[in-house]
Design a protein around this ligand. Structure first.
Ligand code: SF4
Length: 314
């Protein structure tokens, strides 16, 4: 048996076991469904295909991240708060549910914690994470009117061993009402094949297997290149490059400050064997006032050379 097949079988087994605890996802709208594009959610619920290996690895990575916190909580001595893992909360009369990763309860307050395993921790939480959390807080509030409901997102990058907590979220009735409308739309589309689910374009479209034929991307009269996979990879890498640039810039500032603080009279420091130096470079630019002060000279020496860029309209 091929190793990849073995891995796929193992991942599928682990994910099916955890899915069984969640019940048949086709029979309800979950908080992760609310975070996504309605068209994608409806099509996923209407098909029976198993996820691909990359998706299964991502799911398993998510379960693994939760296990670290779970082990920590179990090791705690007696606490002043109570907690539950994978707590199911349901809407009182609609088929809407959430399986809350961690739910904490102390006098008068309930805290909802959503755990996210991610590759590269974003500066701000992704919109889909926040939407999911708001839906969860809304469902919790429905059954606990008298309590304050708060929320947080715990992001972990297992590869880089980095974590970040995004907190300070609170139940918001206006956001929740809007999300209930979205849940109703998805549910109606699932039960009425004549209804067209709305599309919600976003960065995750790059990985969406329903992108071919997606009305959000209908382009007519333009010749087509069959390179969907390469385009998805390209868009994904561009997103990754953006977050890498942010991280690189943060570390550059960290080391620049480090050099100034550690060696205030010099420009070098050592980190193990490596030497870090504050170098100096000069950039040469034409003063923009040249255009106004000497328009003739400006016109004579400014050359416009066309070059090509790749624009992706999505
Ligand atoms: S490509 Fe984007 S807009 Fe279209 S179904 Fe997929 S997620 Fe939704």
């Amino acid at each position: 048996m091929e190793l990849v097949t073995l891995l796929y079988t193992g991942l599928l087994k682990i994910n099916r076991e955890s899915d069984e605890k969640l019940g048949n996802r086709k029979k309800y709208i979950g908080s992760s469904d609310i975070a996504g594009c309605p068209r994608k959610v409806v099509l996923e619920k209407q098909t029976d295909s198993d996820p691909d290996i990359a998706t299964l690895i991502r799911f398993t990575r998510g379960h693994l991240a939760e296990q670290f916190l779970l082990a920590g909580l179990k090791a705690l001595p007696k606490t002043s708060f109570s907690w539950k893992y994978q707590k199911q909360v349901k809407h009182k009369n609609q088929p809407y549910r959430a399986h809350i990763d961690f739910l904490f309860e102390s006098q008068g307050t309930i805290g909802v914690l959503e755990v996210k395993s991610t590759s590269g921790i974003p500066r701000e939480p992704y919109e889909s994470w926040v939407i999911q959390l708001h839906f969860q807080m809304g469902l919790v509030k429905e059954c606990n009117h008298e309590k304050t409901v708060k929320g947080a997102i715990f992001a972990m990058d297992l590869n880089e061993a980095k974590i970040k907590i995004f907190d300070g979220f609170q139940y918001d009735s206006i956001i929740y009402e809007r999300l209930l409308l979205k849940a109703r739309h998805i549910w109606e589309c699932l039960n009425d094949p004549t209804m067209e689910p709305v599309t919600e374009k976003g960065p995750l479209c790059a990985w969406c297997k329903y992108r071919p034929e997606c009305p959000a991307y209908e382009i007519t009269d333009i010749p087509e290149l069959p390179a969907e996979e390469q385009l998805q990879e390209f868009l994904g890498l561009k997103e990754h490059r953006k977050s890498l640039n942010v991280e690189i810039e943060k570390l550059t500032q960290f080391f620049k400050t480090g050099i100034s603080n550690t060696n205030p009279t010099g420009r070098k420091i050592k980190v193990k064997e490596a030497i870090l130096e504050l170098g100096r470079r000069f950039s040469r630019k034409v003063d923009p006032s040249l255009k106004n002060d000497y328009p003739e000279i400006y016109k004579k020496y400014i050359k416009e050379t066309p070059y090509e860029v790749l624009l992706v309209h999505n």
